[in-house]
Design a protein around this ligand. Structure first.
Ligand code: ADP
Length: 894
């Protein structure tokens, strides 16, 4: 065995740590054993003892070498652990003086060996077995001291001292080795961290240089292509050119996305907050997207709440990017119908105003299972369906990261095949309290590109210099400016530019940023400081292929008068030039009328989206007036009969149903709405509200619909379903509470929390004539119903912990039973909320109803009493001759 090789083996960081520890501990043990062998030979031990130890040394060394060579060191370690535990330890213990010899130290060493060389379950088992052997040895030596071969006093001292020194050395070596490995690992992880950082930086550098490199040729493609489109060309050529245009733009979009993603993931994305006018931003946004929507024959609406502040502080460019992405998707994934952008002012806190942007479309919608992955980079929704829709799956992940960076929130509600709503909230500071007021949106005439471009002005007296090291870029810029008739000179370096500016006065200079030798910024400084130069005060616009428009602050700081990103749009170039040229040099060509002024369809108060919509089921038994007053949307339960299924309260009414049910043989049951219906219902509500709180009947009732509502809500981020644990007007009282909380401006989360507390305060109970109807609806067994009827019992059904049960039974006449029921419900008036009482009845005549009202008045006065016939579904369960008092208690009772 070569010691150098062994050392290299043990220090080899690429090998399994346990394997190295195994070999190291085996070497230590073998050395200790060899020294022990020498020791006992010198001290005159018996031959069998010497042979035994020598055999153990040979066997251990053999197993170690073999197992490591064969790549199965774990087996070797296990075999040696077994040998030590069951042979070596007991022999050393009983043959070497028991607890007064060197054996206890060997027990200690064996535990150390097992711990460093084994792992997982095997280690645990071996430690356990080792423990068992130890305990057994100690017990046997205590109970049968004669089994121990005693050492002489001298040899006991000598052996234990020797073993102690060996052990201490072994432990010391092992611990130093571990420390060394730990230090090495720490160093390695630091190196790796640095490497990752460097890799990340290299990646960012790569992305930004790639972006720069790709932008330059795209600039040429898009720019020259635009020139082709401006020419008088055939339809076929125009169509080809337009395809080149959209492919170029798509490529550009992709580069921007990749660059943004890389910045976001490396935490290098910086926001640039500045005051901006949301009206102007919307105007630009509509200008960008309206044509696309129009091309797909989609309606494009913009609704802006008039209370949006006129000026906000935020990162306008990034907000625009977010909205463009979401609106682009809405247009992309919608075949017919409309796309709507709404802006609303949300709550204000800490001087920040929440601006809520809602993008709704009537498109293909998103499958429920795709929603959790919507914001994951490179993941697209329905791959099958999206196969023919271009996209990379990057847009929404960038949107989400940007929204998060701004401290905002994005949520999505979508019904597959019906449409989607994206709600984005971004907190921003209002510059002043002035509302946005009336804003005009510039909208382009819907003409093909070919006919669309009209130069708005001419400036033949104006002189313009374009500086760019790339010849194609010079060509593009020059051509794009041609129609304005400005006198354009081009140069390909900073030095040439300085020569020109020394002798010629240029009104505007378009300056590329990245150029060899002298870059754009250096060149600008030189122009400004040029002794005898004629362009010290000229307007200079930076042209850059660096996508990060955040560079605008840098350019501004450097003294540039404008900043255009390549590929340069002809329109923007013309506009920029128009703004910078002295007005006396420009001649408006009269074609300004080509730009149409359009007003955003300003949202009036009635159109305003609600922050929270409260919805419920027909079984909540709320009267029409209350539903209207609070704008509560109701989804009907179904009444299922042999004649067909009917929507509760819409296609069937209570008295008709009672009449039908007079036939005792008829089968009637009720059923809550299904998942698909509920999804459509929620989607419809979300078209006019940012959130929905759906108040549902107890989920513990058969066919309640509550669970379906919860399932349907999964398709939406903004739908919360409350299981009231109540039914009928008990549930209705919870709905009214929800409306009150919403009117107080509570957030959906706060409303849900408040309802979880207040729903248990509602007391729902019904007194019924018998249980026949419930038996027929399958809610109680037929036998119980028959028994109830036979003994003329009038049961009181009570909702307790969400379940419907018979709480009390009154005997005797109806009148007596009713008196007792009313007395029971209103027994402790001081505990009942006097604000409102709801009485619902099934099949009672006016005299009976009046009688009940008078009886109630005898016990307690309520500020508001709602009194009406229960819905058909409730009638199915209670039957004619039933009524119910619904009250709220002041505080929870047990
Ligand atoms: P993509 O480039 O695929 O459009 P996004 O990140 O913008 O990437 O969107 C991710 C996925 O979300 C899309 O592939 C699409 O399936 C789905 N999606 C986004 N917006 C809508 C929408 N308005 N309607 C339907 N599906 C949408």
């Amino acid at each position: 065995m070569n010691p150098k090789k062994i050392k290299a083996f043990i220090l080899d960081g690429n090998r399994d740590l346990h394997e190295r520890l195994f070999v190291l501990s085996m070497i230590i043990m073998l050395v200790v054993w060899l020294l022990t062998l020498a020791e006992i030979s010198l001290l005159g031990c018996t031959v069998p003892e010497i042979l035994l130890l020598a055999g153990a040394i040979l066997a251990t060394a053999g197993v170690t070498v073999l197992s490591v060579r064969m790549g199965h060191y774990r087996i070797g370690a296990l075999l040696i652990s077994i040998g030590i535990t069951f042979a070596f330890l007991p022999i050393t213990f009983f043959g070497g003086g028991g607890i007064y010899g060197d054996a206890p130290l060997w027990f200690l060493f064996s535990i150390l060996f097992i711990c460093v060389s084994l792992s997982g379950k095997v280690k645990l088992v071996m430690l356990l077995l080792n423990g068992v052997t130890t305990v057994a040895c100690w017990c046997i030596s205590y109970l049968y001291p004669e089994t121990i071969i005693e050492n002489t006093r001298f040899s006991a001292h000598l052996y234990s001292l020797f073993a102690l020194l060996m052990m201490a050395t072994a432990v010391g070596i092992l611990v130093s080795f571990q420390n060394r490995i730990y230090a090495k690992e720490v160093l390695r992880s630091q190196e790796q961290k640095q490497e990752i950082q460097q890799l990340g930086e290299a990646q960012n550098r790569f992305f930004s240089s790639m972006s720069h490199e790709i932008r330059t040729p795209i600039n040429t493609i898009i720019g020259l292509n635009e020139m082709i489109l401006r020419e008088d060309i055939s339809d076929e050529v125009a169509e080809d050119a337009q395809n080149i245009q959209s492919a170029g733009k798509m490529l550009l979009h992709l580069i921007n996305d990749i660059l943004d993603m890389s910045k976001l993931s490396s935490g290098k994305m910086e926001l640039s907050y500045a005051p901006y006018h949301p009206g102007n931003m919307l105007s630009e946004l509509v200008g960008m997207l309206w044509l696309r929507a129009k091309e797909k024959q989609l309606e494009f609406h913009v609704n802006v709440s008039p209370d949006i502040p006129a000026e906000l502080i935020g990162d306008e460019m990034r907000i625009k990017q977010i909205l463009v992405n979401v609106l682009n998707n809405a247009i992309k994934y919608t075949k017919e119908g409309s796309v709507t952008l709404s802006l609303q002012r949300g709550e204000t806190a800490d001087g920040m105003t929440n601006i809520i942007y809602t993008v709704t479309d009537t498109g293909i919608g998103i499958k429920k299972e795709s929603i959790p992955y919507l914001f994951t980079a490179f993941r697209r929704g329905d791959e099958e369906q999206n196969r023919y829709i271009e996209g990379t799956g990057l847009g929404l992940s960038i949107v989400k990261e940007l929204v998060d960076l701004m401290g905002g929130k994005i949520t999505v509600n979508s019904v597959y095949t019906k449409g989607s709503t994206f709600i984005i909230e971004i907190p921003q500071r209002a510059v002043a309290d002035d509302p946005i007021g009336e804003v005009h949106i510039e909208r382009r005439k819907a003409e093909a590109f070919k006919q669309k471009h009209r130069v708005l002005y001419e400036a033949p007296e104006a002189r313009v210099l374009v500086v760019d090291d790339n010849a194609s870029n010079l060509l593009v810029t020059e051509k794009l400016l041609r129609e304005t008739k400005v006198q354009t000179d081009t140069v390909s370096s900073g030095a040439e530019a300085l020569k020109k500016t020394l002798n010629t006065h240029y009104h505007v200079i378009f300056m590329d940023h990245l150029m060899p030798e002298m870059d754009g910024i250096e060149c600008l400084r030189a122009i400004r400081a040029q002794v005898g130069g004629l362009c010290k005060d000229s307007k200079v616009v930076a042209l850059t292929a660096n996508a990060g428009e955040e560079n605008r602050t840098i350019y501004k700081k450097e003294g540039f008068d404008g900043h255009l990103v390549k590929p340069i749009s002809g329109d923007l170039l013309e506009k920029e030039l128009y703004c910078l040229l002295p007005k006396e040099l420009t001649i408006v060509t009269g074609e300004e009328e080509e730009i149409l002024k359009e007003t955003i369809s300003w949202m009036n108060a009635t159109q305003q989206r609600k922050a929270v919509a409260i919805t419920t089921e027909s079984v909540a038994d709320l009267p029409e007036e209350l539903l209207k007053e609070h704008g509560i949307a109701v989804i009907p339960h179904m009444v299922c009969t042999e004649e067909g299924n009917f929507k509760d309260g819409i296609e069937i009414e209570t008295s008709g149903l009672l009449h039908y049910m007079e036939d005792e043989e008829c089968k009637v049951s009720v059923e809550g709405a299904g998942v698909a219906e509920l999804e459509s219902f929620f989607a419809k509500q979300l078209a006019a509200a940012n959130n929905v709180i759906h108040i549902s009947i107890s989920s513990k009732l058969a066919n309640s619909g509550c669970l379906a509502a919860k399932e349907a809500a999964k398709a939406f981020d903004n739908v919360t379903v409350i299981d009231t644990g109540q039914l009928s007007s008990g549930q209705g009282l919870v709905v009214l509470d929800a409306c009150r909380y919403a009117a107080m401006g509570m957030s959906p989360k706060e409303i849900a929390e408040a309802l979880e507390n207040s729903k248990d305060l509602v007391r729902s109970s019904f007194i019924v004539d018998n249980l026949d109807f419930l038996a027929r609806a399958g809610q109680v067994s037929r036998k119980i119903a028959d028994l109830t009827r036979a003994i003329m019992a009038r049961p009181v059904l009570v909702m307790k912990n969400g379940k419907l049960g018979v709480k009390k039974v009154y005997f005797g006449t109806r009148e007596r039973a009713w008196v007792n029921y009313i007395k029971d419900v209103l027994r402790y008036p001081h505990t009942i909320d006097p604000e409102r009482l709801v009485i619902t009845y099934v099949g009672l005549n006016s005299r009976e109803r009046e009688w009940i009202r008078t009886e109630v008045e005898k016990h307690m006065h309520f500020e508001q009493v709602y009194y009406y016939q229960a819905s058909p579904v409730i009638a199915v369960n209670c039957g004619s001759g039933s009524f119910a008092l619904f009250v709220k208690t002041m505080e929870k009772s047990a």
